[in-house]
Design a protein around this ligand. Structure first.
Ligand code: RAM
Length: 370
């Protein structure tokens, strides 16, 4: 939390000079390439493009401009990714625009590889210089991503990794930290004892599976808490609602649920927000403050965690342009500057960490607008 706040303070201080820099870059791009200077659109259409001019040259910092970058979340229509990616929120497309490249957000409508893969293939066919991908299923995506890399396309993952077929992974926080905090929050709500279940996203999602692995490790601290089931809502509100209801029927003594997905936790909260369950079955996990404010205020949820998705997208975009410009290659210890977020260093496993997650409670939830 401290870390996040201090970065926010820093970014406030930097906003003025950043804004001036953006304006100057945009003006330069417009002058250099008038015909491609159309206004960005930020609506959630199947392919949202933000164009900042395309000179194909090199900025003074040595970063390439005029790159065609495709931002490919697990799916479209998930507000978490809309915040992470869009111009309006200051996410990945805003960063790409500031860097003088063209960013396009595209994916399928379901958070499955069958839905995401055609969008990846289409992006490559359109001449992508770089792909920024949140992997629905690394096994299914990697053959395509590997062949793109072999043809010179930069592949960076964000949010959900595909470790064997990317140069860099931009992680929201450490996977261990994300797993641990959710168990600790639930333990507090459950008084350290009782049966609980997990309502996850897709069974193939790298990020949720990594976090669940660390949750199991953290459970060694709580010998009287028992994980009885893991169910998968596939980041689909209807499926997540159904699997949560199924859990409550199957385990009538259930005392808690962790949902490490913004879609899953909102759906689970909707199911638990009745007199029968409120205050009796604890719920925590990862959610967006705006979607859970109502449930925190009525006592269905005491606390939950997340990071700022827009900062994740913004950082991923800067990292990607640095890789595409050969400023960094993914080796541990390399550093680069991510605009208003400041300097970042590549850590083990060619991973960059945004920072620790924020915990939201009734006391602070009104301060956040995503
Ligand atoms: C959902 C997605 C995403 C995850 C967040 C917490 O929106 O599964 O990958 O990072 O939840």
């Amino acid at each position: 939390m401290q870390h996040v706040v201090s970065r926010a303070d820093r970014s406030r201080r930097a906003r003025w000079s950043f804004g001036v820099a953006v304006a100057l870059m945009a003006a330069f791009a417009l002058a250099a390439c008038g015909s491609s200077s159309k206004s960005p659109t930020a609506t959630a259409t199947p392919a949202t493009t933000a164009t900042a001019g395309s000179s194909g040259g090199s900025s003074s910092g040595g970063l390439k401009t005029g790159l065609k970058v495709f931002v490919i979340p697990k799916n479209l229509g998930n507000n978490y990714f809309t915040v992470a990616d869009s111009v309006k929120t200051g996410g990945a497309l805003a960063a790409l625009q500031a860097l003088g490249s063209t960013g396009t957000e595209t994916s399928g409508s379901a958070a499955t590889s069958a839905s995401q893969l055609p969008a990846i293939q289409a992006s490559i066919a359109k001449g992508a210089n770089a792909l920024i991908v949140s992997a629905t299923d690394p096994t299914a995506l990697c053959p395509t991503l590997k062949s793109a890399m072999a043809r010179g396309v930069t592949v960076v993952t964000y949010d959900s990794d595909a470790p064997t077929c990317r140069t860099l992974f931009v992680n929201q926080a450490t996977s261990a930290g994300i797993g641990k905090i959710q168990v600790d929050l639930l333990a507090k709500d459950m008084g350290d004892k009782g049966d609980f279940a997990i309502v996850s996203a897709a069974a193939s999602a790298t990020n949720q599976n990594a976090w669940i692995g660390y949750m199991k490790q953290e459970l060694h601290k709580y010998p009287n808490m028992h994980l009885v089931s893991i169910v998968y809502g596939n980041d689909d509100p209807t499926t997540a609602t159904q699997v949560t209801s199924g859990l409550l029927q199957k385990y009538p003594t259930l005392k808690g649920i962790i949902s490490p997905t913004t879609v899953g936790i909102a759906a689970a909260a909707g199911v638990l927000d009745t007199a029968q369950y409120r205050g009796k079955v604890a719920l925590t996990g990862l959610g967006t403050p705006l979607s859970l404010k109502k449930f925190v205020n009525d006592g269905t949820i005491q606390s939950f965690a997340l990071w700022d998705p827009a900062k994740l997208g913004y950082l991923a975009a800067y990292a990607t342009v640095n890789v595409a410009s050969k400023k960094i290659t993914g080796s541990q210890g390399q550093t680069f500057t991510a605009g208003k977020l400041g300097s970042y260093t590549v850590g083990p496993d060619s991973t960059i960490i945004l920072g620790p997650p924020t915990v939201f409670t009734k006391a602070n939830i009104d301060q956040f607008n995503f």
